[in-house]
Design a protein around this ligand. Structure first.
Ligand code: PRX
Length: 727
């Protein structure tokens, strides 16, 4: 495709003079005219720059970080020593001797020689000053049920007792892995911090994932103990969660990993909410066992900074989930520092993050970051719109929440269900965060004006499971907000955009490419659990300048996102460049979904592509080719596929549609053309298909999906325009 030449002259009018509506029209016309669509660079030129909005002066006056010199302190000249500023927010048992060890790239080591304990840093060290202050306030989903207010002292007691149980009953020791399959209940942070106290590596699997998905992760991490709960509330229903544990244990065992003990917390002490029986000798109620450990105290084990703290699984382009292994010292320093400067968390803060602890956001910014700073972290059990779209604002009003954190998908959902709800409640946020996916400027404005009542500074934080904490964001008291843009690199994070061939795209040029981070930082994950080769290959190989070099400058981190940098140094994230779908702010591997479909015996081939969804951002659509002889059973098979996806991965992956097609569009070498299926699903132009082995099937599929009417060409969202392209 011919690229338009960019000069400053032709860029300016597109930024300044054209409205977004006009641009979309022009773009659609041009797509129609040339029939080929735009290159990423051209899209960027058509991107309308939003107006800057400055934080309220009341916010600036009280902010933890309002000194613009922070960027200089964290400049490349001061790297890596600049990160001492974050590490010094923690209490170290032994101070480190080497800030960054680069002797084995890209396996960076931070704060080498240092020793500390994460549980101690999040709880014990606050007791003297804050023992009677709320550490966690848990809000159950049923509104008639009372909140649980857990003070730092109470949290300390619970962590110690559960740590004693893990050690003395479950037989776990430093370095072992333990899997949690827990929803949003306070027993989850208790379990995490009890493990951390002993240096046991925890691996929390998102509660909404299926038993089978949990089993796969148990096997990968070689855990011998599973911690779960009997049930929890979701949209007014008490879910039978223990049933998943049985499936998980069975699945792990089939894969060769035996679970010795299943520790079952109970949602209501003494009552069992599940229909699945407890297995004798394997399953134990935690509340029963804890009676034995009343008053137990467990010394926090002093861990090397480099000891793994936890594993968090994330989706990749191949089926197998990747266990992102995070360190103790580097990770905790990074989340403490970013919670303080970017989230503006003070010990007096009442902070509500509506993410789930089963995702990295919850680990970093519900548990470890806020607790390291002695804040009050509010956890909500259920669905944000239950029983109505006023729920989060009622919680905020009652608990006097002053910092709020959520994802665009929830913001869209809350806006759709209750656009005028926030105004009905008397709460005041000083600060709000958005995370997980690009936020449309229009949605951003609702968040700012309606939810934040124009009183709050907003940060749009771009980062990933692998990163531990934020990579791009504004510092809220220093930089103005720009709707739809994450902002500049964080202090000490030096982003760069490369083209496919490794050539650096001119800074501030507004041209899109692959965003990378030039330097290591303390929150970066250490490796993929059990698969260092895949770690190097996935994140460092593409843009490595010299494999033999021990200089970090030769090893940029490849994030896998498309992005552009505007003249003012703000980055706008365009979405994933690999075959991963971002559903409600979380990554799902298309290959993982496809493998699930292929377990249905009637299915010959499966292809999964993302489509735009008003609320969730992107959702999967499934294309299926059946084995001969099953053509007439389409509907029944589609239902089977939905059930299979839900049981293999979880409800989060439920497809929007399933299309049974006569044949998949294929290249001559037999590769399924997901790009074509994505274009059809999203009503983009399918482009040139003449090189396909079976070009005639494309129109058949188009009619099946879109009906006979001609394609309506709309502006393709940037992340979807290149989905499934051969690389
Ligand atoms: O594509 C980016 C998108 O979410 C991906 C990371 O997903 P996950 O590892 O599940 O972590 C989500 C929460 C940290 C990224 O590769 N993403 C995350 N934050 C943003 C974003 N896209 C645009 N803007 C963001 N603020």
């Amino acid at each position: 495709m011919k690229q338009k030449k960019h000069t400053k002259k032709d860029k300016k009018p597109a930024y300044k003079k054209t409205s977004q509506k006009e641009e979309n029209k022009t773009m659609a016309n041009e797509i129609k005219q040339n029939g080929k669509g735009f290159s990423e660079a051209e899209i960027a030129v058509h991107w309308k720059e939003e107006e800057l909005i400055y934080p309220p002066s009341t916010f600036v006056a009280q902010a933890n970080m309002a000194d613009p010199k922070v960027y200089e302190r964290f400049s490349e000249k001061k790297f890596p020593e600049c990160f001492k500023e974050y590490a010094d927010m923690l209490t170290w048992d032994r101070y480190w001797h080497t800030t960054l060890d680069t002797s084995n790239p890209p396996f960076w080591k931070w704060f080498v020689g240092g020793k500390l304990n994460a549980s101690y840093n999040c709880v014990d060290r606050h007791l003297q000053q804050y023992k009677n202050k709320a550490a966690l306030i848990w809000v159950p989903e049923p509104e008639e049920e009372s909140d649980a207010v857990i003070t730092y002292q109470e949290l300390f007691v619970r962590i110690n007792e559960f740590a004693a149980l893990l050690r003395d009953f479950a037989g776990l020791k430093t370095g072992d892995r333990v899997t949690f399959h827990m929803p949003m209940v306070p027993e989850l942070p208790v379990s995490m911090l009890a493990s951390a106290r002993l240096g046991i590596i925890h691996s929390e699997v998102y509660g909404g994932f299926s038993g089978q998905a949990c089993g796969d992760r148990i096997q990968d991490s070689q855990s011998t103990v599973l911690v779960t709960i009997d049930g929890y509330y979701r949209s007014g229903t008490l879910i039978d969660h223990k049933a998943n544990a049985d499936i998980a244990v069975k699945r792990a065992e089939e894969l060769g990993q035996k679970i010795d003990k299943v520790l079952v917390w109970r949602r209501h002490k003494g009552q069992y909410a599940s229909k699945s029986p407890m297995v004798k000798g394997r399953d134990f109620f935690v509340d029963d066992l804890l009676k034995e450990f009343k008053g137990a105290r467990v010394e926090p084990i002093s861990m090397p900074a480099e000891a793994p703290l936890f594993i968090m699984y994330t989706s990749g382009t191949t089926g197998k989930p990747k266990g992102a292994q995070h360190s103790t010292g580097g990770y905790l320093s990074y989340v403490a520092g970013t919670s303080k400067y970017i989230q503006d968390i003070h010990p007096e803060a009442v902070y509500l993050c509506m993410a789930d602890i089963g995702w990295i956001t919850g680990h970093s910014y519900i548990v470890y970051g806020p607790l390291a700073l002695a804040a009050t972290s509010v956890m909500y059990e259920g669905v944000p719109t239950f029983p109505d779209a006023g729920r989060p604002w009622r919680i905020a009003e009652r608990l006097n929440v002053n910092i709020f954190h959520t994802a665009p998908t929830s913001i869209r959902m809350l806006r759709k269900a209750g656009p005028n709800e926030p105004a009905k409640y008397n709460y005041h946020f000083k600060h709000m965060t958005t995370v997980g996916e690009p936020i449309e400027p229009d949605v951003w404005r609702w968040y700012y004006y309606e939810v934040g009542k124009k009183e709050a500074a907003i940060v749009d934080t771009w980062w990933q499971t692998e990163n531990g904490g934020f990579l791009c964001s504004t510092i809220p008291a220093i930089k103005p907000m720009k709707p739809g843009s994450a902002g500049p690199g964080m202090p000490g994070i030096y982003p760069v955009i490369y083209d496919e061939n490794g050539k650096e795209i001119e800074r501030g040029s507004g041209r899109a490419g692959n965003i990378c981070i030039r330097n290591p930082w303390p929150g970066i994950f250490q490796t993929i659990w059990g698969d260092p080769d895949r770690f190097v290959k996935t994140y460092y190989e593409k843009y490595c300048k010299n494999k033999n070099s021990k200089d970090w400058r030769d090893w940029p981190y490849f994030a896998g996102d498309g992005a552009m940098e505007a003249e003012d140094g703000y980055f706008r994230i365009l979405g994933r460049i690999d075959d991963v779908i971002n559903v409600a702010g979380h990554r799902l591997g298309t290959k993982e979904l496809e493998s699930a479909c292929l377990t249905v015996p009637e299915v010959a081939e499966a292809a999964v592509v993302p489509v735009v969804d008003e609320v969730k951002g992107r959702v999967p659509v499934v294309y299926i080719a059946l084995k001969p002889g099953y053509e007439n059973e389409g509907e029944k098979i589609a239902q089977k596929i939905v059930a299979t996806i839900e049981s293999v991965i979880g409800k989060i992956a439920r497809p929007k549609n399933i299309y049974i097609v006569p044949d998949m569009p294929k290249t001559r070498s037999g590769k399924i053309m997901r790009r074509v299926l994505s274009a059809i699903s999203n009503r983009f132009n399918v482009g040139d298909v003449t090189t396909l082995a079976n070009a005639d099937v494309v129109e058949k599929i188009r009619v099946l999906v879109q009906g006979k009417d001609k394609v309506i060409v709309e502006k393709a969202p940037e992340d979807l325009e290149h989905f499934g392209e051969e690389k």
